[in-house]
Design a binder for this molecule. Structure first.
Ligand code: ADP
Length: 362
């Protein structure tokens, strides 16, 4: 079907070319001359054969006589003209195509330039946004630290005795400040990642100790929400080369999410085991779970399964992106999740075991 279509379109283009004067111009269109030269041998051969067969010597009057005696020779005489027209039309079609191609190439060059300009502007805006992010997060951090200091000062009774109500209010204020502190911390980390200044300082550590410390410090939040937090970590594990502060941040992020996305009455478990040259940790919960088609996205920055304005859970979608970055900055670091909606999620991460002869790099 498409063959028939393209055949008719070629015929159409050819017929259109016949309307153009350029098609017949011997001076402008080289194809016409080429056609005439191709058509020349036809009358020469036919008249020549006829004269030879009739044993007539070649002369102008003999040729004229031959044409008058056999008028069909006129058809052969017209061949150089017919060939000139046909080749001329082909030349015109080709010329048009070349013109279209040139116009298309020119428009491509213009569009490419426009794209490059837009790209450059986007990069400048991105840089501006990164600078702004870094500046704002640092500017917010300083007054927040001061407010935190004052709250602790008042809470510790250093500015006088407190009533029960005042303690309650301060407790709520502290909780909100901690929440804000977390968000700002994540923004600072993000700006460091973007600027390539996010680093880890690895040293040989027993990750179970860091995990247990985090579990103990967050236990009261789980108790408060009525979620059981189970420690199924082995007594001792091989050492890994890791950054203590950053690994504690990993546990806080994973346990914080498990707490946030698990309903009251649910269970969160932290476990670990050694696997060949690696140590694998798992934070599992019996919470809301993650739909299968969202799993790939949750480690991207600012990604949330529910990002609508009416969403139930707080956060800004940076925790897992930063967690993944931290894990991947460590030797053999990998992180992934298995989850089922309504049943819960299991976040796994693994790091390579530390071998005594290994060099500690920072
Ligand atoms: P945040 O928690 O601040 O929204 P994260 O990067 O920590 O950002 O997590 C991204 C998204 O992944 C969350 O918004 C949530 O939709 C999903 N998620 C993370 N952890 C869990 C979990 N344990 N259970 C269910 N969903 C989760």
């Amino acid at each position: 079907m498409s063959n028939i279509k393209s055949f008719f379109s070629v015929i159409g283009e050819f017929l259109k070319a016949l309307i153009k004067s350029y098609t017949y111009s011997i001076w402008e269109n080289g194809y016409v001359i080429f056609g005439i030269l191709w058509g020349m041998p036809v009358p020469i051969v036919t008249i020549g054969i006829s004269l030879y067969c009739n044993q007539i010597a070649l002369s102008l009057s003999a040729i004229v006589g031959e044409i008058l005696a056999h008028p069909f020779q006129i058809i052969f005489l017209l061949h150089p003209i017919i060939f000139g027209i046909v080749f001329g039309a082909m030349g015109t079609v080709r010329e048009e195509k070349e013109k279209q191609k040139l116009e298309f190439e020119e428009s491509l060059i213009i569009k490419n330039k426009e794209l490059a300009d837009v790209n450059k502007k986007l990069q400048e805006l991105d840089q501006l946004k990164d600078n702004f992010l870094s500046m704002v997060s640092h500017e917010l951090k300083t007054p927040l630290t001061t407010v935190q200091g004052y709250i602790t000062f008042v809470k510790d009774g250093l500015s006088g005795a407190l009533s029960e109500r005042q303690r309650e209010v301060l407790w709520i204020a502290e909780e909100q400040i901690d929440h804000l502190d977390n968000l700002i911390g994540e923004l600072v980390d993000l700006s460091k990642i973007k600027a390539g200044r996010f680093e880890v300082n690895p040293e040989p550590v027993d990750l179970t100790q860091i995990a247990v410390k985090t579990i103990n410090s967050l236990k009261y939040l789980f108790d408060g929400k009525g979620i059981s937090l189970e420690n199924k970590l082995p007594e001792k594990l091989s050492l890994v080369l890791a950054d203590r502060k950053r690994m504690s941040q990993v546990f806080i992020n994973l346990l914080g999410n498990a707490l946030k996305f698990t309903q009251s009455g649910g269970k969160v478990t932290v476990s670990a085991h050694e696997k060949d040259t690696k140590i694998q940790f798992c934070v599992s919960d019996t919470g809301i779970g993650i739909p299968e088609d969202e799993i790939d996205g949750i480690f991207n920055k600012f990604y949330q399964v529910d990002s609508t304005a009416k969403r139930k859970y707080g956060g800004c979608g940076l925790g897992l992106a930063i967690t993944k970055h931290i894990i991947e900055l460590h030797k053999g670091g990998d992180i992934w999740v298995e989850s089922e909606v309504g049943k819960g999620s299991k976040f796994f991460f693994e790091l390579k075991k530390y071998e005594k002869l290994e060099k500690v790099e920072s």
